[in-house]
Design a protein around this ligand. Sequence first.
Ligand SMILES: [Zn+2]
Length: 860
Amino acid sequence: MPECTRACAHSSAGIYAVASAMLGLLMAAASAAAGVDVPGPGVPETLARQRAAAYSQIRYELMFRVPEQRAARVEGREVVHVALRAPQRIVLDFTGQLGRVVANGQPTAVTAVDGHVTIPESVTRAGDNVIEIEFTAGDDALNRNDDFLYTLFVPARAHLTFPCFDQPNLKARYTLTLQLPDGWQAVANGAETRRTGGEITFAETQPLPTYLFSFVAGKFQIETATRDGRELRMFHRETDAAKVARNRDAIFDLHAAALKWLENYTALAYAFGKFDFVLIPSFQFGGMEHAGAILYNASNLMLDESATQNQLLARASVISHETAHMWFGDLVTMDWFNDVWMKEVFANFMAEKIVNPSFPALNHDLRFFLGNYPAAYSVDRTAGSNPIRQSLANLDEAGELYGAIIYHKAPIVMRQLELVVGERPFREGLREYLKTHRFRNATWTDLVRILDARTRENLARWSRAWVEERGRPDVTASLKTGATGTIARLTLTMSDPLQRKLAWPQRMKVTLGYADSTRDVPVYLASTTTTVRAAAGLPAPLFVLAAGGGLGYGNFILDDRSRTYLLAHLEQIRDPLTRGAAWVTLWDNLLESRVRPAALLDLALRALPQETDEQNVQRVLGYIQHVYWRFLPAAERIARAPALEAMLRGGTTQAQTASQKSAWFSTYRDVVLTADGMEWLTRVWKRDEKIPGLTFAETDEITMAMELAVRQAPGWQQILQTQLDRIENPDRKARFAFVMPALSADARTREQAFQRLRGVDNRRREPWVVESLYYLNHPLREAHARQFVRPGLELLREVQRTGDIFFAANWTTALLSGHRSPEVAREVRDFLARESQYPQRLRWMVLSASDELFRAAQSP
Ligand SMILES: [Zn+2]
C-alpha cells in the first residue's frame, strides 16, 4: 500500500459505511479508532502479542463462492467468533475488498488501514463476539487456474483471502462451505459433510493456525484406498491412466507406513480425522502440510518408469516429511515464526528415520554429511553468520529467515541434540512435548525445558551456543606419542573464534588413520579441553581427523603431520565417509591459508579418477572449480589447464551413469581454457561430436554457448547468434537475448548491460539478471568488472526492496563471484563501513557473500 494510507485513515477512503444515514457518527468512531495506535503493515509482533493475550475461543464459519471464470472474483461471507474478557477493539487482518460488517447484531463501520480491519470497542462485549463480514477475496493466495484453484497461506497470507487473525498462535476452528461450478471437486481440512447441487460443506476442524487452513477446488480425479483401517484419498489431475496405476499403491503405502511409524514414535494417534492429499501440477514447494489435506507437487509423486533411486528416495522423503508435520507443526505449532525452523527440522528428522531403512544401498551418513555440513559452513564460517533462532519483528519479514543456517545447520544441531540426550529419552521428551502442547502452540524453550529434565547436560547452555548464537568452534587435536609407538595422550581443544567464550558441547568421533585402515574413537567434547580417553594406548596414527564419521561440527584445524599425510594419501582411505570428511576439512584448512590451493588441486587431480563414491566426486568437482577460479592466479590457471582438462575429459568418458557424466562434463565446460579444449567444446556444442551416454537438453547447449562466448572462443559471435536462432522455447529465447550483451567482448556493451540493471523494470526477471551479473563479473573479465562492484552494492537495498526474498543474496553472490583482488575486497569493506545504518540481515548477507573474496584477496 502507498504511504498515504496512514494519513488517510480518518478520511472516507478508509471507511466502509453500511448505511449512509449513519455516516456522520461512523466518521467520528472511525477517526477515534485510527487515532489510537495503528498496527502498521504486515503482522507486527506487538500486535500479535496483544491479540494472543486478549482473544480466545476463535471460530470461523466461512463461505466462498467460486466462479467458473478464472477472472471473476471469489466472493465470501464469514462469521467470526472471538471471546474477549472485556470490551475492546478487535483487529482483524485483511487486504481484500471489504463489504458489509455486522458486529454483535449491529451494522458497523470499521476502519481498514494497512491491511487491518478494526472493529470499534463500542460494539464489542465481554464473552463471545459475533462478527459477520461480507467480502471479496484477493486472488494472490488463491492460485487460480482455469479449472482448479488451491489456497496456500503460509506464512501469513490467509488475510489476502479472508478477514482473520493471521498469526500462528491464534488457533481456531473452521467450518467451510464452498459454492462451486458444475463438475468441480473440493477438499479441505475437515471431512465433507453435505453436498447439495454445487454446494459442499465441510465438518468443523480441530484448532488450526491460519497458515494450515486450506481448501482446493476444481476438476480432479479421486483415488481411494484403505490402509490399516483408515481411508486415504488422493486427488490428482494426471491423465495418463497407466502412470496413475503404476504409482497409486506405492503412494498410499508410503503414507500409511509414515502414519503408522509416527503414531508409534509419538504415542499419539493421528489427530485430524480424515486423511486426504492433493497432487498439484507445478506446485510452488515440494509439499505443504495442511492438516488433513496435504498438497504436493505432482511430479515428485507420480514417477516415470525410469525413476532413479534418488527420485524414489525423494518421494518417500517428502511424503514422510509432510506426514510428520501432522504432529510437528500441525498438532503442536510454533508460537511465532521465529521458530519455524523447528517444525522443518523435526519433519526432516522423522522422515530420515522413517525412510532410510528402506534404502539400504545408499550411504545415508555420507549423504547427510555432504548434504548439510558444507552448506552450513559456507555461512557459519563467515562474519555474516546468523543464529538458528532469530528475532522476527513482523511476519512480513518471515521469508528472510530462510537460508543455509535453518536448512542445513539446524538438522545437524538436532542430530547432536538426540546424541547428547540419548535416543530413548529424546523420544520420550518429544512425546511429552507433543502431549502437553497438543492443539496449542509451543516455543523452542518449552522443548528445551522438557528435555533438560531428562539429561545431565545443561541444555540451556547447550542451546545458547548451538541455537541462540551464531558461528562454530575452532577445534585442534594434539597428539603425544609414547615410547612404544602408542598414543600417550590425545587431546582436543575447542575455542570460540568470535571471543564470546562459548563452548559447543558435542558428541564426535575422532578418526585415527593408519596405512591401510582407520579407527573411529568416540569422544564427548564437553568443554574447552577434552582428553580422548579411548585413544590412549592405541598405535600412534599417521593422521588424526577430528571430523571423523562426519559427526563433529566446527573448524577442524589439522596438525602439520595429518595435513601433510592427507594431502599425499587421501585417496588411499577406504571408507567413503572418512574421505568425504577429510575433503571438507582440507577445504576449511585451505580457506584458513593452512593448505595451499595448488596442493589441494594436485590432490584432486590425483584422487578424483580413483574416487568411487558419486557424492564425493560431486563435492570434489565443486572444490576444483572454486580453487581454480577463486584461489589460483591467472598465470597458474593457464599453466595447469592442460592437465586439468585431460583429467575431466577422462572422467566424462569413464563415468558409469548419465548423471555422473554430466557432473564431470559440466565442470570441464566451466573451467576449460586451452585452445584445444575450447575447440572440442565447440564441436560438442555444434553437435559434430557426441559423448556416448550423454545427451544434451536445450539448456545445456545454451550454457555451452555462453561459456564459449565469455572465453571469446573463435567464432563466439556466430555461436551466440546461432544459439539464439536454435532456441525454441520462447521464455528461454528471451532470456538468452537479455543475457547476450553481458557476454560481449566489447567493454562498452558490457557497461551498458550493467547500467540497464539500474531500472527496476529490467530487474523483473530475476534469474536473467543474476545470470547477466555472473557473466559480467566472470573471472576472465575480472579487471574490467571491478567498476561494477561499488554501484552493484549501492543498488542492493533497492534490489531487496523491489525483489523476491532470495534476490538480494543472489545478486550479491553473482556480483562478487568472479573477484579475488584486494581492491575489490577493500571496496566491499569500505562500503559496509560507510553504511553504518545498514539493516542487520542485509549486512550479514553481504559479509557471507564476500567471505571467499576476502580470503582469496589475502592469500599470497
Ligand atoms: Zn516442511
